[in-house]
Write a protein that binds this ligand. Structure first.
Ligand code: IMP
Ligand code: MG
Length: 179
């Protein structure tokens, strides 16, 4: 399938190699105990399942749904939890797994919510980071790739629910108007 509006930014092999590096680093940083991974639906699901397998240690998994009130390619700033976690975080070493940090609004809000649940520690792993777009401060401990300010899809990331199942991360360019 070739789609003229897609341009490969990070090919699948590079994504997988970087996730193996992140897995090694995280495994070294948490030498003992279990690590509780929280996947932010839906974009982070692909990253989470590959990262979990790159971690040579015990992990437990949970999922959280967040909506950032906004259509298209920018979020409006309001955040709502649409699916909450199944289990308590009290005393857990928590790693929040996110697809991309853009304005930082989602993760800034989420960290406040999760902190109140008394985890032992909490850190963030994000596959992609667009630092130029930051509007709220967020400390991301593990970043896969820093990318320029372009809208990307694939490997979990969508535009209106499309393109999540691409192996590569691609820039979605506006389609030229038909002549
Ligand atoms: P933030 O709250 O602005 O940091 O937005 C984070 C969320 O916006 C991510 O979890 C994505 O769901 C979405 N998002 C931000 N940038 C992109 C992009 O380039 N492609 C697809 N989704 C994006
Ligand atoms: Mg997301």
């Amino acid at each position: 399938m070739t789609d003229p509006s897609l341009r490969v930014l990070i090919p699948s092999e590079k994504i997988q190699a970087r996730i193996r590096e992140l897995g090694d680093q995280i495994s070294r940083d948490y030498p003992e105990g279990s690590l509780h991974l929280i996947c932010i639906l839906k974009g982070a699901t692909f990253f989470m399942t590959d990262l979990a397998r790159a971690l040579k240690r015990d992990v437990s998994l949970d999922f959280m749904g967040i909506s950032t009130y906004g259509k298209g390619t920018t979020s409006s700033g309001e955040v709502k939890v649409t699916k909450d976690l199944d289990s308590s975080l009290e005393g857990e070493d928590v790693l929040v797994v996110e697809d991309i940090v853009d304005s930082g609004i989602t993760l800034n809000y989420l960290l406040h919510v999760l902190d109140q649940r008394k985890p032992r520690s909490i850190r963030i792993a994000a596959l992609l980071d667009k630092p130029e777009r930051r509007r709220r401060p967020v400390h991301v401990s593990y970043v896969g790739f820093q990318i320029p300010d372009e809208f990307v899809v694939g490997y979990g990331l969508d535009f209106d629910e499309k393109y999540r199942n691409l192996d590569d991360i691609c820039v979605l360019d506006p389609q030229p108007a038909a002549a």
